[in-house]
Design a binder for this molecule. Structure first.
Ligand code: ARG
Length: 458
């Protein structure tokens, strides 16, 4: 018997059941659904729709059900379409008549919206903390190899030398923005839909502000139709995770390059690499490839939800049930990638000599020659042209650029073009050289501390 059997003369077709049921994936919401239902019970008691005794019975029944889920003892009945119906069915089994009062002044429409917001709120907190942990791993490596430097690339062509710490900090900056963005979304979603009913509220004297407070929501909904139909928070959370995923993919791509024999800048620990089933010599950076690969589904999950939402009229439509699997998948995938990448970075050995040799490619000093000419008073465009010709000569005569610069009587000494000199010269604010590092680190320290506090504050 379904919860709505009163109006129906035949049971649901098996084919519709397979399409309709969501318990198989939404059972993971049990904790947040029970949390919402306990607040609902307290709210009904608060306005006199349940007696104190009834509320006590229902609360302890819900706690018992939560225990059954936690221990894996909960048994789904064949009529449990989704997690909400499963919990109500079990509460009625355990508490009889009292259990049958639990859904007073509530619809699954406001219930599922409440449950999913509670879930998303915690999921965001978890992802934000895991992202912060990855930034810590990156910063540990930056500190461990504090003098290491490598070529910075544009168009994947060697451009200018950069400190490894500067390179890793660039990823940290992006990840810190991801955390901030996740917290923004969490703040916006922190509004309670509970009390909106099916779509129009209720004639019963409920107090949505009271239950909102119990659940730690900032405020209750303003409009019942918006409350049950709004899935902006799902789309926003999915966007935040998708962009985070794109950043993780970029990190993954670089790890793949760095750990290739062609670059040879880094090696990952054995625990974070895989072998080949056929080729005995292989040590593959699958962790980085999967970080890159997972970003596809994260973008896909966002797209799925946006497309699902776009044709819907107000208010609740069953299409909305399709919001869950993309959200669950993105949350799980992000957490798995974040943890593995943090471990992989902690295991990383950076090959300073190889990376420095690549960065000491003397053509990377071309801009330094030009900037010396600028200091000596030449317009930059003219200096650029001159040094361009110098580069062409260096290439055609196979002569080091610095040597040619001296021969042409350009300013500076050979010392000025010695390995590492170019890096040390980059000391403008936020630049890649050692002199700019302390200020950058202070900023990252402060921003990380602010975000850590923000994540925990909620
Ligand atoms: N499982 C449903 C969902 O996820 C719950 C809401 C069902 N409401 C309804 N009117 N059929 O959206």
């Amino acid at each position: 018997m379904t919860l709505w059997s009163g109006r129906f003369s035949s049971p649901m077709a098996a084919s519709l059941w397979s399409l309709s049921e969501s318990y198989s994936f939404d059972h993971v919401l049990y904790h947040h659904d029970i949390m919402g239902t306990k607040a609902h019970v307290a709210g009904l008691e608060h306005v006199g729709l349940l007696t104190n005794r009834e509320a006590l019975v229902l609360t302890s029944t819900l706690e018992q059900i939560e225990g059954e889920f936690a221990s894996g003892e909960f048994v789904r009945s064949e009529t449990d379409e989704d997690i909400h119906m499963a919990i109500e069915r079990r509460a009625t089994e355990l508490a009889g008549e009292t259990g049958a009062k639990i859904h007073t002044a509530r619809s699954r429409n406001d219930q599922v919206a409440t449950t999913l917001r509670l879930f998303a709120r915690d999921a965001i907190t978890e992802i934000a903390l895991a992202t912060l942990e990855l930034t810590t791993a990156l910063r540990e490596q930056a500190a461990k190899f504090s003098n290491a430097y490598l070529p910075g690339y544009t168009h994947l062509q060697r451009a200018q030398p950069v400190l490894l710490s500067h390179h890793l900090s660039a990823h940290v900056c992006a990840l810190l923005r991801d955390i901030d963005r996740l917290c923004d979304s969490r703040e916006r979603l922190n509004v309670s839909p509970l009390g909106a009913g099916a779509l129009a509220g209720t004639s019963l004297p409920i107090d949505p502000g009271y239950t909102a407070g119990l659940l730690g929501f900032r405020e209750p909904f303003a409009n019942s139709m918006d409350a049950v139909s709004d899935r902006d928070f799902v789309a926003e959370t999915l966007f935040d995770i998708a962009l985070l995923g794109v950043h993780l993919s970029r990190i993954g791509e670089e790890l793949v390059l760095w750990t290739s024999s062609e670059f040879g800048f880094a090696t990952l620990g054995d625990a974070f690499t895989t072998g080949s089933s056929m080729l005995p010599q292989k040590k593959n950076s699958d962790v980085a490839e999967l970080a890159r690969g997972k970003s596809g589904r994260l973008v896909g999950n966002l797209t799925s939800v946006l497309v699902m939402l776009k044709g819907l009229p107000l208010a609740y439509n069953r299409d909305l049930q399709e919001d869950k699997e993309p959200l669950f998948d993105s949350v799980t995938s992000a957490l798995v990638v974040l943890a593995a990448l943090a471990g992989a970075f902690r295991s990383m050995e950076f090959h300073e000599a190889t990376a420095a040799a690549a960065a000491n490619d003397d053509l990377l000093g071309a801009i330094d020659v030009a900037e010396r000419l600028v200091v000596a008073g030449e317009p930059f465009r003219q200096a650029h042209e001159k040094v361009g010709r110098l580069v062409a000569e260096a290439l055609s005569t196979n002569t080091p650029l610095a040597q040619l610069a001296m021969e042409h009587g350009y300013p500076g000494t050979l010392e000025d073009y010695a390995p590492g000199a170019s890096l040390r010269a980059r000391q403008s604010p936020g630049a890649s050289g050692p002199a700019s590092r302390p200020q950058q680190e202070l900023w990252i320290d402060a921003e990380s501390a602010r975000l850590h506090e923000r994540i925990l504050r909620r």
